[in-house]
Design a protein around this ligand. Structure first.
Ligand SMILES: Cc1ncc(COP(=O)(O)O)c(C=O)c1O
Ligand SMILES: N[C@@H](CCCC[NH3+])C(=O)O
Length: 415
């Protein structure tokens, strides 16, 4: 359920006609719904009831500071993977002690910044990172709170590019090495072990792989306890999928109930790092049809958004629904490839879509709130799209469309 619906054949974002947003801000344009974003976050948070927990929204899914700030106001924590994301959370008034820092390649300056600001936890993904954090914490005279991201080697049953919990993936400490890494950490003077972490992949549509991973993690937790290492929290990562087409992912409440049922009396604080499930269906990408091009083989609708704005179709062959902003019956129904202006054959937003189209029509690509703007680029020297947040009947420009001059800001001619 979201808040992008038709009223009298016209698409609305909450109470605002999408056409009105386009008149004000142009295309291509990302449009987000505050009500949807907040409802999705609360669905995770409330499912825990009284069980100690922290929802750490995965900033990479959509890192606009207005959205981060709305989540911070709800009490959200944040899962970050870079200094840039750390600074975004701070700029959005996120609480440092609710930040967990994931990622396989944390640089020294990133670790130092996180230690200085006092984040909740480092999710360590490689042995050398433990040594580095211990050394830098010592230099700063602080104790670093850590957990290890363990690779449980379970099949998340998702697209191979977004599966992260198999032993051939680069992520996390190998399951077999985890115990000895924890023991090594326990001997370090500037390290405090507080938890364990895993994240097995993204766009998961079943509960089973999550529970398989949890089983592996709990086995390790028992081994750690036997070795005298007691944990405060379990971080089960993100990855819960959304409906793009006909997927039927579990509701957050179903997933969380299954986790809590399995935990029984165990009173670990549970951390989750959902990204897509919170913001994916809270956003659309609005684009205008520039030209219609019919050939003997195919019909192309050439639109003004492209793979630089939304790369998921090109990168993962991801299917996202494309719908008209205004339903109309004048044009004949035909099958279209919806393509962008970028000079790549792989530049498409959707293929084989049956639509009634005229040049100049507006289209909305649904489910674009996650990994849409945050993965956008300037390829072909295309300024990045505007981002607009709708709140009931109000619209807020939360990121201005990039100007042409911004494209080469920072570049220099030789003297
Ligand atoms: C460590 C980590 N946590 C959380 C997420 C968020 O994943 P999702 O957007 O699928 O919930 C990701 C991305 O897959 C990740 O790599
Ligand atoms: N960017 C991917 C998901 C990767 C998640 C990052 N760990 C997508 O659009 O589906």
């Amino acid at each position: 359920m979201d808040y992008f619906n038709y009223r009298n054949d016209e698409l609305f974002a909450e109470d605002v006609p999408v056409e009105q947003i386009v008149k004000q801000y142009g295309t291509p344009c990302y449009v987000y719904s505050r009500a949807t974003l907040e409802r999705h976050w609360r669905a995770f948070d409330s499912a825990f009831g009284a069980h100690p927990h922290l929802i750490c929204y995965a900033v990479k899914a959509n890192s606009n500071i207005a959205l981060l700030n709305l989540l911070a106001r709800l009490g959200s924590g944040f899962d970050i993977v870079s200094l840039g994301e750390l600074e975004r959370v701070i700029a959005a008034s996120g609480a440092p002690d609710k930040i967990v820092f994931s990622g396989v390649g944390k640089r020294e300056d990133e670790i130092i910044a996180a230690l200085k600001i006092g984040i909740r936890c480092f999710n360590i993904e490689v042995g050398g990172e433990l040594d580095r954090i211990n050394r830098l914490a010592g230099q700063l005279g602080v104790i670093a709170p850590v957990s290890f991201r363990v690779n449980p080697d379970v099949d998340a049953n998702t697209h191979p590019y977004i599966s992260t919990g198999l032993k051939e993936n680069k992520f996390g400490i190998a399951f077999e090495q985890a115990l000895s890494e924890y023991q090594r950490a326990a001997r370090m003077p500037n390290i405090k072990i507080i938890g364990i972490d895993c994240h097995i992949g993204s766009q998961l549509t079943e509960t089973r792989p999550f529970l398989d991973a949890l089983e592996r993690i709990l086995a390790l937790v028992a081994d750690l306890k036997a070795a005298g290492i007691v944990l405060h929290h379990l971080d089960l990562g993100g990855g819960l999928g959304i409906r793009y087409k006909d997927e039927q992912p579990p509701e957050p409440a179903d997933y969380i109930r299954a986790v809590l049922d399995r935990l029984g009396e165990a009173d670990f604080e549970i951390l989750l790092e959902p990204g897509r499930a919170i913001v994916g269906n809270a956003g659309i990408l609005v684009t205008r049809v520039e030209y219609l091009k019919a050939t003997d083989h195919k019909n192309f609708a050439i639109v003004d958004a492209a793979m630089n704005d939304l790369v998921r179709p090109s990168l993962y062959s991801a299917w996202q629904n494309i719908i008209p902003v205004r339903m109309q019956n004048q044009a004949a129904e035909q099958t279209w490839d919806i393509v962008g202006p970028v000079c790549e054959t792989g530049d498409f937003l959707g293929k084989g879509r049956t639509l009634r189209l005229n040049a100049n029509d507006l289209l909305a690509v649904r489910s674009s709130g996650a990994y849409g703007f945050s993965m956008s680029s300037n390829y072909n020297s295309r300024p990045r799209a505007a981002e607009v947040l709708v709140d009931g009947g109000d619209t807020h420009l939360i990121r201005a469309r990039e100007s042409i001059e911004q494209l080469w800001a920072g570049e220099r001619l030789l003297p």
